[in-house]
Design a protein around this ligand. Sequence first.
Ligand code: ZN
Length: 134
Amino acid sequence: MQLDHIGIAVNSIEESSRVWVDALGLVLEGIEVVESQKVRVAFLPLGSTRIELLEPTADDSPIARFIQTRRPGIHHIAVEVDDIDSAVGRAKGSGLQLLSDAPVKGAHGTRVIFIHPSSTGGVLLELVQRPKEG
Ligand code: ZN
């Protein structure tokens, strides 16, 4: 397992790029819309991990609600797993509260699922399984 990315809720990817790209020198890999989460997503590689900027595309997006109640900032931490189905089974078996019954489609062909912060000591945790190569 490894840290896949740190998700940051932002009002505007373009505006946030002034910090991450212009001031810090990270490279923006491209922007993708994830319909299931109602967000635009930008990934910026950072060593072996990445920064994920999340911009809401609708007022009822979970990211919009997060920004309304808690301001922009760190939203979640994502851990890469080899087998998300067994990771989900393990999380359920440990009594963790998941935000959906099964993994959903994430950015770049990944499968993802979120674990509620009330189960993890206050950290929204995302499990990510990357698409198999080839
Ligand atoms: Zn994420």
